[in-house]
Every structure is written in structure tokens, then in C-alpha cells.
Write a new protein. Sequence first.
Length: 220
Amino acid sequence: MQPLHLIRRAKVNAQRMLVAYSSVLTLALLAMLVSGFTARKVTSFDEISVQRINIVEPDGTLRTIISSKSAAPGLFVKGKESAREDPPTAGIIFLNDEGSEIGGLIFGGSKDSRGNVESHGHLSFDQYMASEVFAIDAYEQDNERSSRLQIFDWRGRPGENSQTRLVLGKTPDRSVGLGLKDSHGRDRILLRIKSDDSPELLFLDSAGKIVSRLPAKKVD
């Protein structure tokens, strides 16, 4: 049997080890919590001037590009960039989870030395690995202005041609209208207010011939 003073010393040492162990665990937990709160750094700016901003996921996958005309990106497909056929313009490009372009907002405009104005804006959203399924456009040139909303239909596999199914807009002659098209992109119903402010509703067959008209009018 151990002496009483040795037993007491053992109990004190055990208590000290338990306190030290608890302190280490507490400090480790606090460190984890603090690191969790400080992992994401937030910086505030009153103003920032840049030519391009790339928004990426933690793994580096590109998701959004905001750029000036001079720093406009190319076409991105699965994270790889290639040359774009369209001329560069300022705007925002959206990319999907795989780093492929899936839509964007572009805009621009200027006046030349002769006073001629050109202005444009375009917002679109794309189908997976294909072109746009929805678009809004506004355009101005030589005092002629037009704007339209379009909906497209992709019938086949990605990469095949699409068909325009709906057009809503204003033409340069200031008429406004709604055009509904069949699955082959042919006009079938046209509703419009013409440039002389007269209304018109047309129904067409698959060959583009008017089969009915409102207001009623003799159809040749």
C-alpha cells in the first residue's frame, strides 16, 4: 500500500493533467472557430477602377467576367478560351458550373466625326452547349431605332440550329408588333400596330399566305 502523501500527489498530478488537457481542447476549438470566421476576408472600397473582373469558384472555375471593351474575353467552353467572331464590346459574360458561356449582357455606342450615332445593347441566356434561347436587343443607327425580345426553340441536340418562335418589338418605322412562329420558324400569327397607327391581326398558313385578317379585308 502506497503512502498517503504519494496518493495525494498522484491525484493532484492527475487533476493538473485533466485541466491542461481541457485547456488545450478549448484553445483548439477556439482556434477552429476563429479561423472559420476569418477564412473569408471582406474588403470594402468606396470606388475601384479596373478593366476586368473575373469571378471564380474556390477551385478556380470561371463563373462571371465583367470587362471593358479593350479587355473583353473570348469564347469560353469548358474552361478553355478561344477567339470570338464578334467584335469586342464591354459587358458581362455568364458561365455555367463547367466554365462554359451561358449568356451575357453587352452594350456600346458612339458618335463619329460626322455626327452619326450608333448604339446597341444585348442581353441573352443560352441553352447548355448551344446558342441563346432568350434575348433582348436594342439598336440605333442613323436616327433609326429598333428593339425586340426573342424566344428561340432548340429541337435537336446541342449544336444544331434553332428556330425563332416569338418576336416582340418595335421596328425602325415605329410600328410595334408580336409575331408567333411555328416549329419551323415560319410566321403564323402577326399582331401589330402599323406606322400609321392602324391595328392589324394576320393569320398565315405554312407557306406564308394570309388566310385571315382583322379588321376584315378582302384577301387576294
